[in-house]
Design a binder for this molecule. Structure first.
Ligand code: SDX
Length: 428
């Protein structure tokens, strides 16, 4: 591997160091490109630009590999609990039993939210999208903990905010759903584990206890693990750049939720189910819809397909597709949308348009079908994604702050008017 990259500009040759990561990824370090050459680089959408170095998550888009702190996603999804994975992402290693018990206890002790927070929900219309509710209420949590605004607070104080978020976000997510249903809020149960407690707060009613199927708990645990982190995706990059201004962690996580909401990102899981339902209502003619997805004059896209990094199968989609069959069989659910999804996948994967662009199903293609089978309403799907991604956002923010990374501030190339003088309105 060459140690440096040479760039010739205006007759001069400049050299820049080449760096290599532990997974043999290579980069040209252009940290002093502008000071040396007066030039910047331009890379709209950062398709070729690394924003940082990180020890948290590795993706190999060509090989379809995903590892959290070196552990393959397949092993973690099969053998770990979501809190084990959250601990791994945030603190760097799989926890010992004592560490996990303490982490679980500390989170459990922070699942309640201040009673005044309930008033926020009353201000929202019943049809309020839960992502808008969640993002704003999590940002508002900073007003209940003003000490969290101090960027120089101690490590213990920062960790307290991490535990508060891990404990309170499931409660607030479930309450956003209850609020939309105009059902009474269910309080967290300290005797339930993370996933069972969330399902309890979602579906139980004060008038009757809700039998929570272990199959559903296991499926949710797996889904949250699969969504837990994904290196420098859109919402994580948002978290890093907002956090780099030393904004408090509540506001930083709220910004990640806002970015995740978009249908090109985490909002795709809701868009996939809405797409499958549309195809189902239209008679299930997948060939017709694949043609629409290929038609440049048609705004329709195959939601849940394609990925900025994966140019092979998204390993999470492979795991979720199998889990779909298992969960629907165990719950004895026959969902026609799953059949349509499988047909859509088969047709697309045999079609040159998708093959030539390396478009494969991504994490969002099948996840909505499982969420639907678990009884979770469509508008809550992206909230479920946020619930899973929370430890990943926290881990990436923690790494960025511990590395004392500078405030994120990209450059630009200006292409507007060079000079214009003010003209009074009468003369325009
Ligand atoms: C997530 O980054 C992450 O890691 C994200 C994520 C995570 O865990 O954080 O993995 C989660 O966001 C998954 C992606 C969910 N989004 C969708 O499923 C929405 C549908 N897919 C896309 O819109 C698209 O594929 C993106 C946004 C995911 C990726 O877009 P890129 O990398 O900018 O690629 P592009 O839009 O430039 O597409 C390249 C070509 C284009 O055709 P040409 O201009 O070359 O002719 O592929 C076509 C696109 O039109 N294309 C599609 C398509 N996706 C891309 N055509 C039809 N259907 C699609 N879904």
């Amino acid at each position: 591997m060459s140690e440096t990259a040479k760039i010739e500009l205006d007759g001069k040759v400049y050299e820049f160091p080449v760096i290599e990561g532990t997974e043999k990824e290579k980069a040209i370090d252009i940290s002093n490109l502008r000071s040396k050459t007066g030039y910047i680089t331009l890379d709209t959408g950062y398709k070729n630009t690394g924003a940082t170095t990180s020890n948290i998550t590795f993706l190999d888009g060509e090989e379809g590999i995903l590892k959290y702190r070196g552990y393959p996603i397949e092993q973690l999804a099969e053998k770990a609990t979501f809190l084990e994975v959250a601990y791994l992402l945030i603190y760097g290693d799989l926890p010992t039993k004592t560490q996990l018990d303490n982490f679980n206890r500390d989170i459990t002790n922070h699942t309640l939210v201040h009673e005044d927070v309930k008033q926020f929900f009353e201000a929202y219309p019943a049809k309020a999208h839960p992502m808008g509710v969640l993002s704003s209420i999590i940002c508002s949590l900073s007003t209940f903990y003003p000490e969290s605004l101090d960027p120089n607070r101690s490590t213990e104080a920062k960790n307290l905010t991490i535990l508060r978020l891990m404990g309170k976000v499931p409660t607030l997510a479930a309450w956003a759903y209850k609020n939309a249903m105009r059902h009474p809020f269910m309080y967290p149960r300290n005797d339930f584990d993370y996933c069972k407690n969330f399902l309890h707060m979602m579906f139980a009613l004060p008038t009757q206890d809700q039998e929570i199927d272990p199959v559903v708990v296991d499926a949710l645990n797996k889904l949250l693990i699969l969504h837990a982190d994904h290196e420098q995706n859109c919402s994580t990059s948002t978290v890093r750049i907002v956090g780099s201004s030393q904004a408090n962690l509540y506001a930083t996580i709220a910004s990640g939720i806002a970015a995740l909401w978009g249908p090109l990102h985490g909002g795709a899981n809701q868009a996939v189910i809405e797409m499958l339902e549309k195809i189902h209502l239209d008679g299930g003619d997948v060939d017709k819809w694949v043609l629409k997805a290929k038609d440049k004059d048609d705004s329709f896209r195959l939601m849940g397909f394609g990925h900025r990094v994966y140019k092979n199968f998204d390993p999470r989609a492979t795991i979720i597709k199998k889990a779909c069959d298992d969960v629907l069989e165990k719950l004895q659910i026959n969902d026609p949308l799953l059949d349509i999804a499988k047909k859509l996948e088969k047709v697309a994967l045999e079609d040159d348009y998708f093959k030539s662009r390396n478009l494969y199903p991504n994490v969002d293609f099948y996840s909505g079908i499982i969420y639907k089978a678990l009884g979770i309403p469509t508008e809550m799907f992206t909230v479920m994604f946020a619930l899973g991604r929370l430890p990943g956002w926290i881990a990436q923010w923690k790494e960025m702050t511990e590395n004392n990374e500078p405030i994120g501030r990209p450059r630009q190339i200006y292409t507007g008017h060079v000079l214009r003088n003010y003209v009074p309105i009468e003369q325009r």
